[in-house]
Design a binder for this molecule. Structure first.
Ligand code: PGA
Length: 320
């Protein structure tokens, strides 16, 4: 990553410079906004307390300027197809211990392989939410190997991922499938982490915002502003997943700001201010502080580094 100053320090400077402009109406065509204004577009209206089951933000974000919404963070581990039962239980214990020391404004979840949900859930304790990595959208019946949302709910699952790029690429999940899953997860009374993000070619051809727009528009069809309290967005540029290539805080922040502006345009300012937008893609204990310092990054979805107790512990307890 480029050695960049803390994004929130940059925000402070920008706020100083642009404060007189804040009285002016904010343009609504977010795609047209320069990055500096995009970063300012989510602002003062009410934060929904307990959004997506997260703790209320009792600690103001370091360096946060008063105009910024003060959202809690959510750090979620995605174990993918890793661990056997004994390893899963060991890791769960390490996560529970690490989370016991985490800041009050930081929620923690782990999305574990289906066979280990119950065993891991028994170990996680109160501070860590149990998550699943996918689901099927039918209620029940002849769907060999599929896992329903009622099954997940019945073993204590709180979060379910939908639209992870590996499900899209390897298992052929379309935006329409993902939308059915999103609605089913919410209908079951659980919370959904909707994953979106562009491929390397799409980033290189300047399509990033269009890809996010399409995946949000299609993935969230039928999701009302009221239902948005149970949605978390994970922005995961596909080129950064499992590659060791992390988006710089600047690049990540720019896209997060776009996503927040998308919610302002397609829902309202309250939803835009409250929605948790996680960053995912090679997050580790070295880069987490800078990423979490960015104004519109509200947590992380962590793959590889969530499989090691010590690195996930450091990520949960990032510097604020
Ligand atoms: P990574 O995976 O942290 O290993 O890049 C992130 C994810 O796929 O959610």
């Amino acid at each position: 990553m480029l050695p960049l100053p803390n994004c929130k320090e940059l925000m402070k400077e920008l706020m100083k410079e642009l404060t007189p402009r804040l009285a002016a109406p904010v343009p609504t065509t977010s795609n047209m906004l320069p990055t500096s204004m995009l970063m300012l577009s989510g602002s003062a209206s009410g934060y929904v307390v307990g959004s997506a089951g997260l703790p209320a933000p009792s600690v103001a974000r370091a360096g946060a300027v008063s105009m910024m919404a003060d959202r809690p963070y959510l750090i979620a581990g995605n174990w993918k197809m890793n661990t056997v039962l004994s390893e899963a239980k060991e890791l769960a214990k390490e996560v529970a211990d690490a989370a016991a020391k985490s800041a009050d404004n930081t929620g923690v979840a782990v999305c574990v392989p289906f066979p280990f949900l119950t065993a891991v859930g028994d170990i996680l304790g109160d501070k860590v939410a149990l998550g699943a990595q996918d689901c099927y959208y039918e209620d029940s019946g002849a769907y060999t190997a599929a896992v329903s949302t009622s099954m997940l709910k019945s073993v204590g699952t709180t979060y379910v991922l939908a639209g992870h790029s590996e499900r899209r690429a390897t298992f052929g999940d379309t935006d329409a499938d993902i939308n059915k899953k999103v609605l089913k997860i919410l209908g079951e009374g659980m919370k959904c982490i909707l994953c979106i993000g562009e491929l390397k070619e799409e980033r290189e051809s300047g399509e990033t915002f269009n890809v996010c727009d399409t995946q949000l528009t299609e993935g969230l069809k039928g999701v009302s502003a009221e239902m948005m309290k149970d949605i978390v967005i994970a922005y995961e540029p596909v080129w950064a997943i499992g590659t060791g290539l992390t988006a710089t805080p600047e690049v990540a922040q720019e896209t997060h700001a776009y996503i927040r502006s998308w919610f302002k345009e397609n829902y309202d300012e309250k939803v835009a201010d409250a929605v948790i937008i996680q960053y995912g893609g090679s997050v580790n204990d070295k880069n987490v502080d800078e990423l979490m310092g960015c104004a519109d990054i509200d947590g992380a979805l962590v793959g590889g580094a969530s499989l090691k107790g010590d690195s996930f512990s450091a990520i949960i307890n990032f510097k604020q």
